[in-house]
Ligand binder design. Structure first.
Ligand SMILES: Cc1cc2nc3c(=O)[nH]c(=O)nc-3n(C[C@H](O)[C@H](O)[C@H](O)COP(=O)(O)OP(=O)(O)OC[C@H]3O[C@@H](n4cnc5c(N)ncnc54)[C@H](O)[C@@H]3O)c2cc1C
Length: 173
């Protein structure tokens, strides 16, 4: 789960827009309905998500709020211009008001179980990327870490296939 996607109201459906974790890294804070902080925003994703869900349950609401008041406006303009733009489309200016956020499903932890060569239990079938479960992320993938699965494990699969299939081009890329 990603802790902070932009809340756009009930029944809108579609893909949620993620409010990057780097916003909290730069000082954005989560607020309850009384504008008080209720958790340490820099904890891992699952911990922050759990705190938000607990807070929403407590308040009987479907979102909490994220405030950029502590973030230098220059940093907002330089680093979060796309986020600001997207929020403006929904009627919120992150430079002047907190925005509604809610946790969202973001990444599938687990899928087809594979070994370190991306081989499944079926001979000749390999899986790499988000469709595979190689265990490298433990219970909680760190942010910006999916390249590990997409690149490293795809390469390992290619090498294993090259070893298994005699006619496969063995040239290193
Ligand atoms: C909003 C969002 C933000 C993200 N941000 C980050 C980030 O900042 N850093 C990071 O590391 N990760 C991020 N991720 C995760 C990362 O994007 C994915 O984990 C990664 O793209 C997965 O790559 P993949 O090649 O395994 O799968 P995909 O990119 O999903 O590729 C699978 C492909 O298979 C195709 N396909 C599906 N079914 C079939 C079929 N039956 N036949 C043929 N083709 C098929 C699909 O069309 C697709 O092209 C983000 C994910 C989301 C949703």
């Amino acid at each position: 789960m990603h802790p902070t996607s932009l809340y756009t109201g009930p029944g809108r459906g579609g893909r949620a827009f993620l409010i990057s974790e780097s916003c909290r890294g730069e000082g954005a804070v989560l607020l309850d309905r009384d504008e008080r902080r209720f958790c340490d925003e820099l904890q891992p994703r699952d911990v922050v998500t759990a705190a938000i869900r607990e807070q929403m349950e407590l308040e009987g609401t479907d979102h909490v709020r994220l405030s950029f008041a502590n973030v230098d406006p220059g940093v907002v303009r330089a680093h979060f211009s796309h986020i600001r733009e997207r929020c403006l489309e929904e009627g919120y200016d992150i430079l002047s008001e907190p925005i509604p956020v809610v946790p969202a499903q973001h990444y599938l932890m687990g899928g087809v179980r594979v070994d370190l060569d991306s081989a499944t239990s079926m001979p000749g079938l390999f899986a790499a990327g988000e469709t595979s479960c190689n265990g490298v992320h433990g219970r909680n993938r760190l942010a910006s870490n999916s390249l590990l699965e997409s690149l490293v494990f795809a390469r390992r699969a290619a090498r294993a296939i090259a070893r298994e299939v005699p006619t496969f081009d063995r040239e290193e890329p």
